[in-house]
Design a protein around this ligand. Sequence first.
Ligand SMILES: [Zn+2]
Length: 326
Amino acid sequence: MSRRLLVLGWHNIDPTPYAPADPETGRRGFERQLALLDRLATVVPLSDAVDILAAGGSLPPRSVALTFDDGYADWLDAAVPALDRHGVHGTFFLVSDILSREVGAWWEDLAAAFDRAEVAHLEWAGRTHDLSTPQARHATQEALKSELKLVDRATRVAAVDAIAARIAPSAPAASPSLFLDWDGARALAATGHGVGSHTVTHPILAREEPDTQLAELTDSRRALEDGLGQTVDLLAYPNGNKGDYDERTMDFAERAGYRAAITTRAGLASPDASPFAMRRILVTPHTDLGELMGKVGRKSTKLAGAVVRRGVGLATTVADRCAPRT
Ligand SMILES: [Zn+2]
C-alpha cells in the first residue's frame, strides 16, 4: 500500500490552435495511454484519494488519478467514452465563465491569431518580433505568452486582443465551440465522472488582488454547484505552477469550501504536503506514459525527495502545457 498518488493532468484530446496535431492522433494516443494504465496502475477517483490521504489511510500501489483542465468540448466526445471503455474515473476541472461564454480562452485566442498572422513583424512593448516564418511565429507566440502570464487577467486579455488585431485583423478568435457550454457541462456531470472548479475566468490567481482571488474561488464553486446540481469541492489552480498561487491563495481556497487544490508542480501528491498544494504531472495524449510511469515507479522506491525533484524533470520532458501554458 502507498501514501503517494500520481495525479496526471491532461487538457484537450483533439488538436486545437494552441495544441496542433494530426487529427485522430490525440484519440489514439489517449487510448494507448489508458491501455497502459490498465496494466501498470490502479486508477482511483481523485476525490476518494483525497479523502484517503487526509484520513491517514493508504492507497493501492501505483495509484493514479486522472484529471483534465479547462473544459474542452472533446471531453464528451473523446475523453469520457475512452475512460468508460476502460472503466476508469476522471475528474474534470471547469471554468464557469467559459461555460457561460462570458470569457474565452486567451491562450487559444493568441494561438489562433498567430496561426493566421498576416504580417511579417509585430511591434510590441518596445520590441520588434519576427513573424516571417512558422518557427519565428512560434517563438514569438511563446515569448509573448510567457510575458502575458506576469500581468493580471484584464491586462492579459486586452493585450491578446490588441496583438490579434495587429497580426491577424481578419481572423476570428478561437471558436467557442472548442469548449463545453453549460449543457455540455451538465452532460459531463451526468456521466458520473468527477467535476471540479478551475475558477470563474481562469486568471493566474497570484497575479490578482485578494478580493478577486477569493471571488474567483467562491463564485466558481457556487456557479458550478448551482448549474450542475452537485457538490463541487475540488479545485485546480489555473496555470498552477510555483508563483501562480501562494499561501494566501491556498487559504482562500480552504475558506471558499474546497477540500483540496491541485497544482501543476510536478511530483507525487502525498499527505506530507498541504491538500491545497497537491502535485501533479501534466501530460498530453502524445506523452510516452510508459516512460513516465517507469521513471516515477523507479524513483518512488527510493527517496521520496528524489521523486519530487525528478518529477520536475519529468514534467519538462513530457509536453508540460498548463505550466508553461495555462
Ligand atoms: Zn487551465
